[in-house]
Design a protein around this ligand. Structure first.
Ligand code: UDP
Ligand code: MG
Length: 152
């Protein structure tokens, strides 16, 4: 855990279509994370299969790839203390019916196959996902708020 930890957060096609992009960005901003990269991308099935490679073979895999390729997604990298675990807490459980109110999925979703947002599940996977979605690299800059967010 460090203040430079990074996580990959992605608003899925349903989140984009339903106009929840701004709220998701706002939650990460307000929590104190630094936006390190952001782009709107309509990903190919091949790219999405790579992203979800660990789930290949699951019965829901073909439907998942079709859903994720059905429209553009917002790909983001957020940096800050314990970013991976905290990002997952902010997202809520995989099945929105099990997500607490106050979480992203708990506030906006009902179905596991339409759960509006992705977040990396480990630091190792976050780094892999950042490389896959941002091979050009992320933006390095100083966020002047840091001294108010962290005990630096
Ligand atoms: N998913 C699904 N049915 C399931 C389990 C997962 O449609 O029974 C989808 C869901 O969109 C989920 C994604 O596959 O977000 C990736 O699954 P994972 O177990 O990695 O959940 P996550 O890390 O997104 O919470
Ligand atoms: Mg996952």
């Amino acid at each position: 855990m460090s203040v430079t930890e990074r996580t990959y957060i992605m608003v899925k096609p349903d989140g984009v279509q339903r106009g929840i992009v701004g709220d998701i960005i706002s939650r990460f901003e307000k929590r104190g994370f630094k936006l390190s990269a952001l782009k709107l991308v309509h990903a190919t099935p091949e790219h999405l299969e790579q992203h979800y490679i660990d789930l290949k073979g699951k019965p829901f895999f073909p439907g998942l790839i079709k859903y994720m390729a059905s429209g553009p997604v917002v790909a983001m990298v957020w940096t800050g203390l314990d970013a991976v675990k905290t990002g997952r807490v902010m997202l809520g459980a995989t099945n929105p019916l099990a997500s607490s109110p106050g979480t992203i999925r708990g506030d906006y979703a009902l179905a596991v196959g339409r759960n509006i947002c992705h977040g990396s599940d480990s630091v190792e996977n976050a780094e892999k996902e950042i490389q896959l979605w941002f091979p050009e690299g992320v933006v390095q800059y100083t966020n002047d708020n840091e001294k108010w967010v962290f005990e630096l």
